[in-house]
Design a protein around this ligand. Structure first.
Ligand code: ASP
Length: 342
């Protein structure tokens, strides 16, 4: 029998309706399990562990990422796959962070949640959960995991976790992978796009990286942004890395002061990476003069990475690498499928 470890962290999926008041509250693990009797009776052995207390994912911190990653790591040899139940609000950040924390992952780690709580009649929770478990247990004829990646499964799609963004606060299709196709689609059957899956050497052993530096920030450009704001932002004490959200193919206003501020920050050791505000497409700083100025200032290209993936990749590299040059080199490399290299 295949074995899957279900890690319950919280989020809407774990909430049930109070019988008297009708209000939603986070259930405990035992109550949660009563809503999914299939967990005990299916043809996959599902063991469960739970955060205590369960948390709204808006409260997620790097300590919670370490807790999730450590739970997978400690139980790695005992299970075929892992499912993490998580609130939707920050799921794309957690999936991205976990993808970088694991090196040489060879088993599925599938994050899922729901838009409606498990205890609500029309909830999408049961389907998301049960399909995620099935995917986490799926193996090929040699007994190797079919999708040994950190993924998000939501509504009917299995997506690479570090390619996802939460795009909808209302509909069941809460997540989209804008720059990379889905790894699988669930209908009557689950159809896998095996050629799109990232595989590590199956003989390699899992390594866990947990040192992260939170001194990073997102600076989103907008017409009218002032020198004062940019200066104050780039001079925040302790700042080490910036995701610079630019226009279109990676463009910024051609104001001399902006380039001077960026150049000054880079000369002080702050790493700045260009990420387009567009959801689909890639940064191309060769296209327009206004972007070439960014290159001259020393800004790196984030290509088609998501903001969630770029932020968490920076956090991990700044925490783990010995020096800035290694961070810069690694930021421009594809580590686990988070960027398209051409
Ligand atoms: N606020 C909730 C959370 O992210 C929303 C959800 O789960 O959909 O935990």
């Amino acid at each position: 029998m295949k074995r899957v470890l279900l890690i319950l962290t919280g989020g809407t999926i774990s909430m049930v309706k109070h019988q008297q008041t009708g209000a939603l509250y986070p259930a405990d693990l035992a109550t949660f399990k009563t809503y999914v009797p299939e967990l005990a009776t299916g043809n996959i052995q599902v063991d469960t562990v739970s955060f205590d207390p369960l948390i709204d994912s808006s409260d997620i911190s790097i300590h919670d990422w370490v807790k999730m990653a450590q739970t997978v790591y400690d139980n790695y040899n005992d299970y075929d796959g892992f499912v993490i139940l998580h609130g939707t609000d920050t799921m794309a950040y957690s999936a991205s962070a976990l993808s970088f924390m694991f090196e040489d992952l060879n088993k599925p780690v599938i994050l899922t949640g729901s838009q409606l709580p498990i205890g609500v009649l029309r909830s999408d929770a049961r389907e998301n959960l049960l399909t995620a478990i099935e995917i986490a247990a799926e193996q090929d004829a040699d007994g190797d995991a079919l999708v040994p990646e950190v993924c998000i499964f939501f509504e009917d799609k299995l997506m690479r976790g570090n390619r996802c963004t939460k795009r909808n606060a209302e509909h069941f299709s809460a997540f989209k992978s804008y720059n990379y196709p889905s790894l699988a689609k669930a209908g009557v059957h689950i159809t896998y796009n095996i050629h799109l899956v990232h595989y590590n050497d199956p003989r390699a052993t899992l390594k866990l990286h947990t040192r992260m530096d939170c001194n990073v920030a997102v600076l989103k450009l907008f017409p009218g942004i002032t020198k004062n704001i940019v200066h104050t932002f780039l001079n925040a004490p302790g700042l080490r890395g910036i995701v610079l959200e630019t226009y279109g193919a990676g463009n910024a206003p051609s104001r001399a002061w902006l380039y001077e501020e960026l150049k000054d920050a880079i000369s002080r050791g702050i790493i700045i990476v260009n990420k387009t505000q567009c959801l689909t497409g890639s940064v191309n700083m060769e296209l327009y003069e206004v972007a070439q100025n960014l290159v001259k200032a020393g800004v790196l290209s984030g290509r088609d990475i998501t903001t969630e993936a770029l932020l968490t990749k920076m956090m991990l590299l700044l925490g783990e690498c010995e020096d800035n040059n290694t961070v810069i080199q690694m930021l421009q490399k594809n580590i686990c499928g988070e960027i398209t290299m051409e």
